[in-house]
Write a new protein. Structure first.
Lengths: 169, 158
């Protein structure tokens, strides 16, 4: 009995140690979850309407960003956040099932209600990039640049029609 | 009973190790995020070299073993993009191109992180007078953005 109690005691102590260690870890790491819940560099600007050339700097880059700022992140389905941060509950337990269900729900929602703000922003970005390429084509005699300009313009038009069809405006 | 105790201890040790690995990844991500904030502060004070140094140091930090490779890629690419953007702002296209290329060598995904690096490198190439290279990078960024739009609309590419 005594021995059994010892083992139980050890088990309880170790379990407590585990909980304390992991719990402490969670608390210490908590600040990391905040940044992870935000889009990474450039992404703050991504939520805004499509920035025009030379104005499109991310909050973080503060003017250092390239003329064409980053495209929309999470809502558009891009890899916006480090997944290891999102996949855990506060208690450190993986939320696989919830995660899977959330993704299904996100998928279903995206099928029925497209994120029009993101969609327009992405469309604007496509057209900005096409314009940029065509600016280059105007200054260059290289054929590949002209071809990319033409392709970019068609993609811009197609993106415009698709977003208009889904979101109106 | 001893066997049970040993098994329990081993399980707990394994759990603790897993817990510690997760913390390592979180700490690493937090470090990267912190580097961005410190760089912001340095830039606000006009200390471009300081900002550059902080960001460079962050890129040199080794990634914890258990970190999800895609997470590691985007966090590192974000730092590379930031450095490329910083160098562009300082009119140093060679350096900007180097950082953007190094970022792209970490992997390419259909996401903003990869698109940002293409755009940054395109800008650098444009400044260097390489219209063909710049247009190629802008076009690659455009294709990624188009794929993101497809996802946003919940449709496949027509």
């Amino acid at each position: 009995m005594k021995r059994s109690f010892g083992i139980e005691g050890t088990r309880i102590a170790l379990a407590a140690l585990f909980l304390v260690a992991c719990g402490a870890g969670r608390k210490e790491a908590a600040p990391a979850q905040t940044p992870a819940s935000e889009p990474a560099s450039g992404a703050p600007a991504e939520q805004e309407s499509a920035p025009k050339d030379e104005e499109a700097a991310s909050d973080r880059a503060r003017g250092e960003a390239p003329a064409l700022a980053p495209a929309p992140a999470a809502p558009a389905g891009g890899a916006a956040l480090p997944g290891s941060m999102k996949r855990e509950s506060k208690g450190g337990e993986p939320l696989d099932e919830i995660d899977v269900l959330s993704r299904r729900l996100e998928g279903a929602l995206s099928l029925s209600t497209p994120d029009c703000t993101s969609a327009w922003s992405l469309r604007d970005r496509i057209c900005d990039l096409a314009d940029r390429i065509c600016d280059l084509a105007g200054r260059s005699a290289e054929r590949d640049v002209a071809e990319r300009c033409s392709d970019g313009r068609s993609r811009c038009e197609r993106a415009t029609s698709r977003v208009r069809e889904s979101c109106g405006r | 009973m001893t066997r049970v105790a040993c098994a329990t201890v081993l399980v707990l040790v394994a759990l603790l190790a897993g817990c510690s690995a997760t913390r390592g990844s979180e700490d690493w991500v937090a470090q990267a995020e912190s580097a961005h904030h410190v760089a912001d502060e340095r830039l606000a004070q006009g200390d471009v070299d300081g900002a550059r140094q902080v960001l460079r140091s962050a890129t040199e930090t080794s990634v914890p073993k258990k970190t999800n490779p895609e997470d590691a890629r985007v966090v590192r690419q974000d730092l590379h993009y930031r450095l490329a953007a910083l160098e562009l702002s300082q009119n140093r296209p060679d350096e900007a191109r180097r950082w953007a290329t190094a970022g792209l060598e970490l992997g390419r995904g259909t996401d903003v992180f990869t698109a940002n690096l293409y755009i940054a490198r395109g800008k650098a190439l444009e400044k260097q007078g390489d219209a063909s290279g710049a247009s190629r990078d802008y076009h690659d960024a455009l294709l990624i953005t188009e794929a993101l739009l497809d996802k946003s609309l919940g449709k496949g590419t027509p």
